[in-house]
Ligand binder design. Structure first.
Ligand SMILES: [Zn+2]
Length: 405
């Protein structure tokens, strides 16, 4: 099956994950894709194919070389983001995209002005949505590329390669993709998630992440007799928020700049709750940001001479960079593969986390590679057929480079 045929097939299977759910996987529909993939993997000749109770799909492509080479893991996620509907996805191929406004339906238009990433697709063939759902190329393009690679290797036994361990995970979009990953059972020496955008990208860096839950306790009394008594928690919450640097918000930061993001806020005079996420590529700076939240609470509490603000901090995930620096050949191998395909490598820090950052800290070094898609998590999501084909080539280069060292 061609790589785009795979994506079109997988995209039509609904796999939206659900952050409100406590089940594993978070939505039963993800298992439908898991079983389709497992069947395809077994039919094409992968061994030890299994779907676990928690919805993970694993399989092995046994190596055909006598050389001592590492066992490489390739990982992609099956779920799509809950931000936008992934039900009844109707993928459509647009041949030779010319950069003019792309009508997904009568009213929904993708333009290069609004989505500058579209410029890199001019002259290429795209897979797009009908404007009512997301596409799910994030990350079904990754799945399609990994399985096309396996099929290619099985059809060409003359290509020498080591053993590949394949893993498809549920619930990545809700931050739980690595929670039940069986690193020991997977059996890879290192791995790559295929879950990025540009195919020449090698991502070895993520944020360090923490969350802060802030509770402001006020004193609610009748407004008519409130003088010197009322403490309106809504006002105190604003005071607290404005002590944080306004320039360090997501909408004002890029590259390696960290941020405080007020994610939700609700309350009344009596009590206000705020939920923040704190992000920084530099762990020491993240610790400073956490400290700043506590100092601000202290300042306000001193101002009111009582415990009005309470801050609860929790660490979420760590930047994988430090760990990956201990095994530099993992990223170097990917860079060689990209370079051999004729591209300059872009090493960009991810402004987010990946399953790979968690897996790296679980003992499986795991940078992230691209898929050839763009505008994910919404109806303007696209995948580029030529880039997907090139990504299969890059993975093939990677497997061959691993044998030649
Ligand atoms: Zn993804």
């Amino acid at each position: 099956m061609r790589v785009e045929e795979r994506l079109i097939k997988y995209a039509q299977i609904e796999t939206t994950s659900n952050p409100e759910s406590t089940t594993v996987p978070s939505s039963a529909c993800q298992l439908n894709l898991a079983h389709v993939l497992a069947q395809e993997m077994a039919e094409m000749g992968l061994s030890n194919v299994r779907v676990t109770e928690t919805g993970y799909v694993y399989g092995t492509l046994v190596g055909n070389t006598r050389k001592e080479v590492p066992s490489i893991g390739l990982i992609a996620h099956m779920d799509t983001a809950p931000d936008y509907s992934g039900k009844d996805v109707k993928p459509r191929i647009v041949k030779a995209y010319d950069g003019s406004p792309l009508y997904l339906n009568d009213t929904v238009v993708t333009t290069v002005e609004e989505f500058p990433e579209m410029k890199r697709f001019i002259g290429k063939d795209l897979i797009v949505t009908d404007g009512t759902t997301l596409l799910g190329a994030d990350d079904k393009a990754g799945i399609a590329e990994i399985l096309t690679l396996c099929e290619t290797l099985l059809a060409h036994p003359e290509i020498e390669h080591g053993t590949l361990q394949i893993g498809f995970t549920p619930d990545e979009e809700i931050g739980r993709g690595a929670d039940h990953f069986d690193v020991a059972g997977f059996g890879a020496d290192f791995a790559y998630t295929i879950d990025g955008g540009c195919i020449n990208g090698v991502t070895d860096e993520t944020f360090n992440a923490a969350e802060a839950k802030v509770v402001v306790k006020g004193v609610a009394v009748h407004p008519g007799s409130a003088k010197n008594v009322m403490i309106n928690s809504l006002n105190v919450a604003q005071e607290f928020h404005h002590l944080l640097p306004a320039t360090e918000r997501p909408e004002h930061t890029e590259g390696r700049e960290g941020f405080y993001h007020l994610d939700s806020m609700s309350g009344s005079c009596e009590e206000t709750k705020m939920s923040y996420i704190l992000r920084n590529h530099d762990l020491a700076l993240l610790q400073d940001m956490k400290k700043q939240m506590e100092l601000n609470a202290q300042l306000i509490n001193e101002r009111y001479e009582r415990e009005v603000v309470e801050v609860k901090l929790r660490d979420q995930y760590l930047n994988m960079k430090e760990k990956l620096n201990e095994v530099p050949y993992v990223c170097e191998l990917a860079e060689k593969a990209v370079y051999k395909a004729g591209f300059d490598v872009v090493r960009e820090p991810a402004r987010g986390g990946t399953d790979g950052s968690t897996l790296t800290f679980m003992g499986l070094p795991c940078p992230n590679l691209g898929t050839g898609s763009a505008n994910c998590h919404g109806r303007h999501e696209v995948a580029c057929i030529q880039e997907m084909e090139m990504m299969v080539k890059i993975l093939l280069n990677l497997v061959q480079e691993a044998v030649s060292v």
